[in-house]
Design a protein. Structure first.
Length: 385
């Protein structure tokens, strides 16, 4: 079985796919169970009708659990093994309960055997389905021989219908598991992007503070040694250490608020490559000319956050990044699809909110909007900030 939680960004779409798969599987198997139920209407003995009803009801119950398990990515492996054992047990129990129903008048168990083979594909791998199908076909032939029905007809019915159901059900479950694995890979990639961003920030802080702290430590040590013999020089050394500490604090605050230079060209390349590796078609309309350094830095910070949001909060198939330049304003628009209709801003997220405050302080503006599954981030920055 497939394990793991559904990814947060694509949970709604994946839930719809799960519901559609479950409805399709249930419809096919329910239709198959109607055919052995016909045998109950052709059985004259009330006791065999009761026995056949019990056998069919037991199989229908375990089949319902099997259908649910087949499209449940969180289904534990231990429960799956127990369900497979229960499925085999109910299938075996159905032989004495259902096989005599209707006798030669209707191949009741042959139809049930086809349903057993078709349902087994929801639980077991192909290497188990094939020998189990052969065994079920053999039982169907034996039941036909015992009840006086046509052996060839029963074997052909169980084999052809059962294998056909198994192929259809197996394909649907395989496709569902591909969707789950794709969503899990997307979630893992979003976590990787976030981890890389944390590492980048940690490296920036290390580079920023490492030199300053080393010099501050040396100046403080020098001030301590000079204090008894030369208080004037010790005071100068202490003052330099204080000035370096204040400078380091200022630069650290700028780093935390994103004020360090971020190369816009490098950021565009990085976002485009990450999105394309995630299967998102990315179109970039670059600026017509070179942007002022501070403008490029402001827009690069917005682009980095917008690109991360595309991966983490949507199931985008395309993304467009466009730059336009007017007389006094440079505008960047990032648009992507795949946004759930019920999506709402995360009240715990400060990324875009912090960038909006930062752009406002520079005389710019950040606007977001969503409509028809499309989300747009629009950042405007004065040409000279």
């Amino acid at each position: 079985m497939v394990n793991g939680a559904l990814a947060a960004g694509g949970g709604r779409t994946l839930s719809r796919a799960r519901a559609a798969t479950l409805v399709s599987l249930t419809s096919g198997m329910a239709a198959t169970l109607l055919l052995p139920a016909v045998g109950l209407t052709r059985e004259p003995d009330a006791w065999w009708v009761v026995a056949g009803t019990v056998g069919l009801a037991a199989f229908a119950l375990v089949l319902a659990v099997t259908l649910y398990a087949a499209v449940s990515p969180e289904w534990p492996a231990g429960l799956h093994r127990r369900l497979l054992a229960g499925y085999a047990g109910v299938a075996g129990l159905s032989v004495p309960l259902v096989a005599p129903v209707a006798g030669a008048a209707w191949p009741t168990w042959a139809w049930l055997g086809a349903a057993i083979v078709g349902g087994l594909a929801l639980l077991a791998p192909l290497r188990l389905v094939l020998p189990a199908a052969l065994a079920t076909v053999a039982v169907s032939g034996a039941v036909a021989l015992f009840t006086g029905a046509s052996v060839g007809r029963s074997v052909l019915l169980t084999g052809s219908v059962g294998v056909g159901l198994a192929l259809v059900n197996g394909f649907q479950v395989w496709f569902w598991r591909l969707l789950v694995q794709a969503e899990q890979g997307r979630a893992a990639q979003a976590r990787l992007v976030a981890a890389q961003e944390r590492l980048r920030f940690a490296a920036d802080v290390h580079d920023l503070l490492g030199h300053h702290l080393t010099v501050i430590a040396l100046k403080s040590e020098l001030a301590a040694r000079l204090a008894p013999a030369d208080p004037v020089r010790a005071g100068r050394a202490a003052g330099e250490a204080q000035r370096l500490a204040a400078t380091a604090l200022t630069e650290l605050r700028r780093t935390v608020h994103g004020y360090r230079r971020i190369d816009l060209t490098e950021q565009l390349t990085a976002v485009r490559e990450v999105l394309r590796s995630a299967g998102v078609r990315c179109t970039v309309v670059p600026p017509a000319g070179e942007l002022p350094a501070e403008v490029a830095t402001q827009l690069a910070a917005v682009l980095r956050e917008a690109g991360t949001n595309v991966l983490r909060h949507s199931r985008a198939s395309w993304c467009r990044i466009e730059f336009t330049q007017e007389e006094q304003v440079t505008r960047m628009i990032v648009t992507n699809d795949g946004v759930p209709a019920t999506a709402a801003p995360d009240r715990h997220s400060h990324g875009l909110r912090g960038l909006a405050d930062r752009l406002a302080g520079a005389g710019g503006q950040l606007r977001t909007r969503g409509a028809d599954g499309v989300f747009t981030v629009e950042a405007t920055v004065p040409t000279a900030v």
